[in-house]
Design a protein around this ligand. Sequence first.
Ligand SMILES: Nc1ncnc2c1ncn2[C@@H]1O[C@H](COP(=O)(O)OP(=O)(O)O)[C@@H](O)[C@H]1O
Ligand SMILES: [Mg+2]
Length: 220
Amino acid sequence: MIEVQNVVRRFEQQRRPVLNGLDFKLERGSFAFLTGASGSGKSTLLRLMYGADYPDEGKVTVAGHDLHRGEPRALAMIRRRVAVIFQDFRLLRERSALENVRLVLELRGVDRRLAHRRAMEALDDVGIGAFAKRPVPQLSGGEQQRVAIARALVGDPQVLLCDEPTGNLDEELSMQVLGLIDLASSRGATVLVATHDTEILRRFPHPTFHLSEGKLERRG
Ligand SMILES: Nc1ncnc2c1ncn2[C@@H]1O[C@H](COP(=O)(O)OP(=O)(O)O)[C@@H](O)[C@H]1O
Ligand SMILES: [Mg+2]
């Protein structure tokens, strides 16, 4: 489902490439963690997987599409099949929870009433249906991350990429958020979660890939 082959990504100011010949493969429906010190390149690697950046060398394939060139077809596929969850939620702050979730479907041309219904269901699934009408700034961090998860899952993604999704949450909320991400996985999504939360790694026994000095090493 996700395949990274011999990928090199270097930034000008740096002596060594951030990603220095990476190989990585995640089968359809599997769940893995991505660990590594701050600055080791986790976000950089994830960005290559959702088409926000391209490798200098090598190849990134997601859901059968080669992403190393900015071809519009690959980007359209990503918008449809790949969902991303960020540490800082990245919701539209001037919109309600419901509008944030519904917009994903409306942008795909889903009929307004159906989009409304499915967005409500997605918010109910993550336990915040009661807050649907609230503007984002009136939601707590944990509630905002649930909205972001609902937004990620409403379109039934094939791939779910999470970049330190619990970085701004306390331990109890972190476990709940991981539980919801696990749920997405049980519905068939291929999931990759960048984290350095050791409690999460302990409680959710999925394979872990560790990024260090530009290389990726499987642990556990
Ligand atoms: N667009 C960019 N331009 C220059 N350097 C970058 C850019 N993006 C990331 N970097 C550098 O690449 C390294 C890895 O960053 P990042 O992928 O954000 O690490 P992580 O997510 O593991 O903390 C850092 O040294 C960072 O400064
Ligand atoms: Mg990062």
